[in-house]
Design a protein around this ligand. Structure first.
Ligand SMILES: [Zn+2]
Length: 187
């Protein structure tokens, strides 16, 4: 079997269920040859909150959709997932005719709760989001450099402004002095 996972659920968890289903349906004729041929792809179901799938009769490709919305899949969905894998594998084996398959204890949804009851105990975990790497010492120095540059430019602007204020003050002092001298010379 080739197994492809296009969902946000962990591959190991999905694969564990798929493998167990395939082992279980051996007794129903899903033999080594079928197993070798099978390409099972799990894809996210866009809207629905249940599993579905399709496969080609006597083909090799089987696709199973699994809900993606929830953060956790309930027991029913896990059993449903196992059931849909089995059902699609039945098509790979060559079974066709949805009507009789639906009432079949293994290929049909009705029997799924009983036959795949074990799936309730399986875990299907969400893939972990890529963890952000902790900033290293070099990153910290770079960040500090940016802050130092910013404050240094503030100091420079403050110094320029202080100089201008002092010059203005001196100018007014001089005017005051000149005015005083003028008054003195007039008397
Ligand atoms: Zn079918």
């Amino acid at each position: 079997m080739k197994f492809h996972n296009q969902t946000n659920w962990q591959t190991a968890d999905l694969l564990a269920i798929a493998k167990r289903v395939i082992k279980q349906i051996e007794q129903y004729g899903f033999d080594a040859e079928c197993r070798k041929r099978l390409i099972l792809t799990v894809v996210p179901a866009r809207q629905q909150n249940w599993c579905s799938g399709y496969a080609y009769i006597k083909g090799k490709n089987a696709k199973v959709r699994i809900p993606k919305k929830s953060n956790e899949l309930n027991d029913h969905i896990k059993r449903d997932f196992a059931h849909v894998i089995a059902h699609e594998c039945a098509h790979i084996m060559g079974h066709k005719g949805e009507k009789w398959m639906r009432s079949h204890p293994v290929w049909g949804r009705k029997g799924a709760d009983k036959y795949f009851a074990w799936a309730s105990e399986m875990t299907i975990r969400k893939k972990e989001a890529a963890r952000k790497t902790k900033p290293g010492i070099e990153d910290k120095i770079t960040a500090l450099d940016v802050r130092i540059k910013k404050w240094a430019s503030k100091v420079k602007r403050a110094q320029t402004f202080l100089r201008k204020l002092t010059q203005s003050r001196k100018r007014y002092e001089k005017l005051l002095q000149l005015a005083a001298q003028k008054t003195a010379s007039q008397t």
